[in-house]
Write a protein that binds this ligand. Sequence first.
Ligand code: GDP
Ligand code: MG
Length: 137
Amino acid sequence: MSQRTLVLLKPDAVRRGLVGEILGRIERKAGWTIGALELRTLDRGILEQHYAEHVGRPFYEPLVAFMESGPSVALVVEGERVIEGLRALAGPTDPIAAAPGSIRGDFGTIVRENLVHASDSEESADREIKLFFPGLA
Ligand code: GDP
Ligand code: MG
């Protein structure tokens, strides 16, 4: 079941020089390929749409401020069961709870600054890919 998912390497990952490390983990998964990739500082407009489900939650405003604070790397990854697979590679939202071996488990300590975003379902992936890469077929 080949799928596409939207991944963000968040500003903490870029600032800390972890782009190569994280992209390497994705590239080394057999059969997964990068279909689009861009370095970009996200603005409030795109973040409000991206994180629409979280508007009004206590962590929302600091999350947007963090996500605006420097460039992110946005990419589309394609391949076998890549939506579930990327969530597993990232680990759970809280990096302290995330298992060693996962990206968040290996590199993170702070819930907000948890290095990566990965779409959580086919519906989210479709919506997020259209939002970040509107020209992609
Ligand atoms: P994800 O799908 O694992 O990224 O998690 P969510 O969709 O629930 O939340 C989106 C992002 O908001 C997370 O990746 C964190 O960066 C941040 N976040 C979520 N929950 C919390 C929280 O309880 N506290 C803080 N500070 N940040 C949170
Ligand atoms: Mg989420």
